[in-house]
Design a protein around this ligand. Structure first.
Ligand code: GDP
Ligand code: ZN
Length: 287
């Protein structure tokens, strides 16, 4: 058996597709614990032309978790850019955006707010609402996936990106526009792998060019935050970092305590009520 190093380009529960030396391997893992995610760089032991065993993952640049699970399951590794897709129609859920930005900050990943469906007249009002996030320093790009998705291209260059957002915002439209060829190619892999089996694809990595990749996880609405610790939360709110260490209690939850620097700042208008509410909800969730 030969050892090699490759990247996980698809994850199906306990099975993974690894691309190594320009070849594709259908991989199982050792032991019961499945500790890998799409995007992971892994050492494999090649068994034959099609099969290999994943031995271990290399240290990750970043790691994102799935939201819909009672335990924190990994969904994507080594992502360097999160694209949060939002549009004026259907009615956007701002909570999802807030949570996505927290996941990005916690993972030290560069987020971009992609306002899709710019052809709709309601977009102006949405952009007004999103000014809060632009003021916090987040990048925002406006486009119409149906008419011209090219503003997105330079933002993906040199990155491993992932698209996330509420259903109906245009993620699949954007993904299909970005990946016409890759789609066909991965389709073949899928057919070979899925024949006769019931497998769910959790995530797939596509190459946009040699240095730019897109991890697609169909239906990905939000990332899991359960791995975060409540006292760390204010580190992930850029406008709150300056108050670190200023609350009366060092373990302040910023929910009910007296002399809380965050609550005071919100009362004085330096922090939006909306963002304080999100902090408090997350703080209670994480306990
Ligand atoms: P997803 O659920 O986020 O994957 O969203 P889809 O890509 O399935 O798109 C949801 C709906 O929005 C579809 O009917 C698309 O045709 C439509 N849509 C996507 N992009 C645009 C756009 O730029 N403008 C308009 N008007 N509709 C769009
Ligand atoms: Zn406080």
């Amino acid at each position: 058996m030969t050892a090699s190093t490759g990247q996980i380009i698809r994850s199906h529960g306990r099975r993974f597709i690894v691309e190594a030396d320009g070849q594709i391997f259908d991989c199982t893992t050792r032991g019961k614990r499945v500790d890998y995610a799409c995007g992971d760089i892994v050492d494999i032991l090649i068994q034959n032309r099609e099969q290999a065993v994943v031995e271990r993952a290399h240290e990750r640049r970043s790691l994102l978790y799935r939201q819909d699970d009672w335990k924190a399951k990994k969904i994507a590794a080594n992502v360097t850019r999160i694209l949060f897709v939002i549009a004026a129609v259907p009615t956007p859920n701002e909570e999802l955006l807030g949570r996505c930005l927290i996941a990005a900050e916690a993972g030290d990943i560069d987020p971009i707010i992609v306002v899709n469906k710019s052809d709709l007249p309601e977009t102006a009002a949405l952009l007004g609402k999103l000014q809060l996030y632009v003021n916090l320093g987040y990048k925002l790009v406006t486009l119409s996936a149906k008419q011209d998705f090219s503003p997105l291209k330079p933002l993906l260059s040199g990155h491993t990106s992932v698209l996330v957002g509420q259903s109906g915002m245009g993620k699949s439209t954007l993904t299909n526009a970005l990946l016409p060829e890759a789609n066909a190619r991965i389709g073949d892999i899928s057919e070979a792998l899925d024949s006769g089996r019931h497998t769910t694809t959790h995530a797939a990595l596509y190459h946009l060019d040699e240095n730019s990749h897109l991890i697609d996880s169909p239906g990905l609405q939000e990332f899991g935050l359960k791995h975060l610790k409540s006292p760390d939360l204010i580190h992930y709110f850029p406008e709150m970092r300056r108050y670190i260490g200023q609350c009366r209690f060092h373990n302040c939850s910023h929910c009910v305590e007296p002399n809380c620097a965050i609550i005071t700042a919100a009362e004085q208008g330096a922090i939006s009520k909306h963002r304080l509410d999100l902090l408090q909800r997350l703080s209670r969730e994480l306990g």
